[in-house]
Every structure is written in structure tokens, then in C-alpha cells.
Design a protein around this ligand. Structure first.
Ligand code: ADP
Ligand code: ASP
Ligand code: MG
Length: 401
């Protein structure tokens, strides 16, 4: 008997029929004598729809009002699910992020959780309730609604599991676990039984949206095993994300892809101490998120500085850099868009040779050009044209698996 946290994503709660399957998973754990907290997303594509409707009004919404709007989907799901459980004879109660409350900072649209009043949930457990909580949303210290960023319900779930000291956090979704790459894109992707927090953190940060990267960070920090499995599938063991218990690791664990990436190059930046710092300070002041950075010496007195960003930040980045070209003493700002990041991840690459060669060979055989390469201890990322990226993932997958 223990505390179980279950999270059901958008596709798992999309219809009334699907909510029935969700009820089965919940009541099964409850009948075993466990206390159960359930976190849900908005139904189906509700959040996307809300964003489309917002765009009919404005392209630059006030961030506070944006969060008020996009947070509503989850509230619909919690009420429906609690009603359904009540109808089946179970005591169930719904809670929004602000009723619980989940206190966040005031970074609207990408708020970080500061604290969760877990006593509210524990009191309700004491009274025999199944507690159904809205994912993705919280409240800041001024009482304003905030959201955690797209896919953020995973983070709500693991944060609640950590605050309740739960035995584990089950993430139910539309695939039966974590695969070697996105199974909707690569047919022969293989299910992984066990993956370490570190590897999963890289995979989700590099584009495997099956888990929100911040939920993996919390799982690691508080040692909460995260189990990913398919809604409606009986007795699935899914994939366990925890501290790896394998004695030896595979060459790589998985391949991730992230689309809509742009590369910006500041050409002819004066080769003086502090110039690189000035570029990134400017971009930080405009809250532009920078990814891979490469600095090279184009000419003896000048250097070229390349970095990647999300294409959604491209217009703002170019504007900021162009406006400050003289201040930065840069000659020219150039950019490429329609790029994708393709990455291989694995702890196993730390003590093996030839992993990069194998990845690059797969791309060479497919005649795919790499626009940028970056590596860390457990990952290699390359930038390729977006229209070649699915082919790149397949070729690399075939080479390694
Ligand atoms: P949910 O709505 O349940 O949160 P998501 O759509 O956010 O579900 O995440 C599940 C999807 O993640 C899958 O349908 C799959 O296409 C995608 N995905 C990407 N990479 C992987 C991977 N390595 N393993 C499993 N699924 C992946
Ligand atoms: N509903 C939110 C989204 O679509 C949060 C989530 O599903 O995790 O991004
Ligand atoms: Mg998700």
C-alpha cells in the first residue's frame, strides 16, 4: 500500500470513451489499497485550439492573459473525470492548480514550480478521496494564473509525486514507453525497458517530447521512478526512467529530433575579449534562448560566432543583432532556417570509440550535409536541413539498431 501518482496526457483523455479507460487504471490502483493522485492534461488538441483562437485576436498577447486562456483546458478534464469516478461509486474530487495550490514563479508561459501544498492532497487521501489535479497550471505569489510550458503536465505530475514522496509516477500516454526513436516516425523503433535519468533528460531536451524535460530533472533530483506506458494496455511494464541499473550500457540509447531550428552567424566580430559576451548578454536581455554555440576564427583580427535558436525567436534575434551591429563591431549577420537538430544519446558512448564516425557515416551514405556539430559526454548533435531530417533519423537508427 502506498501513494501512486498517475498522469494521463491529452490523447488519453480526448473522449468520454477514453476517459472510461483512464478510470479503469485509476480504480485498479485504488482497489489495491493505494492512495491515488491523478494529473490530467487538456482533452485532445484543446490547448492547440485555444492558441489558434488567441491568434484570431492578437499575435502578441499579454503574457498574463495568455496563461489565463491556455490553462482552461485542464479544468474541463478534471471535472469530467471526477464526475465519472463519482458515478462509479468512488469518492473523487477535482483541484485546479490554484486550489491546491501549486505556487510558481511569475514567468508566464514557462513558469517554474516553487512549492506544492501537498497537505491538501494528504488530507483528502485521509478522507478516502481519489484526488484529480489539473496539470500544466499554477498560481504565482500575486495570485495570478501561470502555466508551465507546453507539455508541462508531466512536470506537474512528477513534482506532485516528489512532494507526496510517492513510490512512483506513472505517465500514461499514446505509446507503450520510451522508444529508441519516435515510433510514429520510424517503424522499427524499439521499446527501451529501462533508461537513466541523464539519458532521458538529454533525449527530451533534444526533442523527444514523450516526456517534458523538466519532469525528468525533478524525478532525478527526488529519486522518483517515472514509468511511461500506454493508456488502455493491460499489465504493461512500459519504460522505467530511473538511475540505471545496467552494468554495461548499449552504444547509444536513443535518437531525438527537434524541428524548426535556425542558425545565426555573426560574421567578422572583432577578435577582442568581451565581444562574445556582449552578443549573448544582449540576447539574454531579450530572453532569447540560445542553444548550440560555435566560435571560429574567420580572419586573424575577426571571429565568426554561430549559434542555434528556435525559429520562432529568429525575427527578434535578427532585429536585436542588426540594431546593435555597430556596438558589437560585427560585419554581417547571416542566418539559415528550416533546419532540424538530430541527436544521438547514450551513456555507453563515454567509453567507446567510433560512435561519431558511425553516425556521420549513416548521414554520408544518405548524402545528407551537416551544418553544425556539437557534442557532450553523452550526446552528439548535428544540424541538418529539415526536409532531410526524417531520413537522417531513419538512417542513423538503422546504423545503430
Ligand atoms: P501526451 O499527450 O500523453 O503527453 P505526447 O504527445 O506529449 O503525449 O508524447 C507522446 C508522443 O511522443 C508519442 O506519440 C510519440 O510520437 C512521441 N515521441 C517522440 N519521441 C519518442 C520516443 N523516443 N519514444 C516514445 N515516443 C516518442
Ligand atoms: N495541455 C498542455 C499542452 O498541450 C499541457 C500538457 O498537455 O502537458 O501543452
Ligand atoms: Mg506530453
Amino acid at each position: 500500500m502506498g501513494i501512486i501518482v498517475q498522469k494521463f496526457g491529452g490523447s488519453s483523455v480526448a473522449t468520454t470513451e477514453k476517459l472510461e479507460k483512464v478510470c479503469n487504471h485509476i480504480t485498479k490502483e485504488f482497489e489495491k489499497g493505494n492512495d491515488v493522485a491523478v494529473i490530467v492534461s487538456a482533452q485532445g488538441k484543446t490547448t492547440d485550439r485555444l492558441i489558434t483562437e488567441e491568434k484570431e485576436i492578437t499575435n502578441s498577447p499579454c503574457k498574463r492573459e495568455h496563461d489565463v486562456l491556455v490553462s482552461v483546458g485542464e479544468q474541463i478534464t478534471i471535472s469530467k473525470l471526477a464526475m465519472m469516478l463519482n458515478d462509479k461509486g468512488y469518492k473523487a474530487i477535482s483541484l485546479t492548480g490554484w486550489q491546491l495550490p501549486i505556487i510558481t514563479d511569475d514567468n508566464f508561459g514557462n513558469a517554474k514550480i516553487k512549492s506544492i501544498k501537498s497537505e491538501t492532497i494528504l488530507d483528502l487521501f485521509e478522507k478516502g478521496y481519489i484526488v484529480v489535479i489539473a496539470g500544466f497550471q499554477g498560481i504565482n505569489e500575486n495570485g495570478e494564473i501561470t502555466t508551465l510550458g507546453r507539455g508541462g503536465s508531466d512536470t506537474t505530475a512528477v513534482a506532485i509525486a516528489a512532494s507526496l514522496k510517492a513510490d512512483k509516477c506513472d505517465i500514461y500516454t499514446d505509446v507503450d514507453g520510451i522508444f529508441t526513436t519516435d515510433p510514429s516516425k520510424v517503424e522499427n523503433a524499439k521499446k527501451i525497458d529501462l533508461i537513466s535519468y541523464d539519458e532521458m533528460l538529454e533525449l527530451s531536451s533534444l526533442g523527444a517530447k514523450v516526456l517534458h524535460n523538466r519532469c525528468v530533472e525533478i524525478g532525478k533530483k527526488f529519486d522518483i521512478p517515472i514509468v511511461v506506458k500506454e493508456t488502455g494496455k493491460e499489465n504493461s511494464t512500459g519504460t522505467i526512467v530511473e538511475n540505471s541499473k545496467y552494468l554495461e550500457n548499449m552504444e547509444i540509447s536513443g535518437i531525438a529530433k527537434d524541428d524548426n531550428i535556425s542558425r545565426v552567424t555573426v560574421m567578422g566580430l572583432e577578435n577582442k575579449i568581451g565581444k562574445t559576451y556582449k552578443v549573448f548578454k544582449l540576447l539574454a536581455e531579450h530572453k532569447i534562448n540560445i542553444d548550440t554555440i560555435v566560435q571560429s576564427f574567420g580572419e586573424s583580427i575577426n571571429k565568426n560566432l554561430s549559434f542555434t535558436i528556435k525559429t520562432s525567436d529568429l525575427a527578434e534575434t535578427l532585429k536585436v543583432l542588426e540594431e546593435n551591429k555597430e556596438y558589437l563591431t560585427a560585419r554581417e549577420i547571416i542566418h539559415f532556417d528550416n533546419l532540424s537538430k538530430v541527436s544521438i544519446v547514450g551513456i555507453g558512448m563515454t567509453n567507446r570509440t567510433g560512435i561519431a564516425a558511425k553516425m556521420f557515416e549513416a548521414l554520408y551514405e544518405e548524402n545528407i550535409n551537416m551544418h553544425l556539430i556539437s557534442t557532450s559526454e553523452i550526446k552528439i548533435t548535428v544540424l541538418v536541413n529539415q526536409d532531410e531530417s526524417d531520413r537522417a533519423v531513419k538512417a542513423i537508427h538503422n546504423k545503430f539498431f
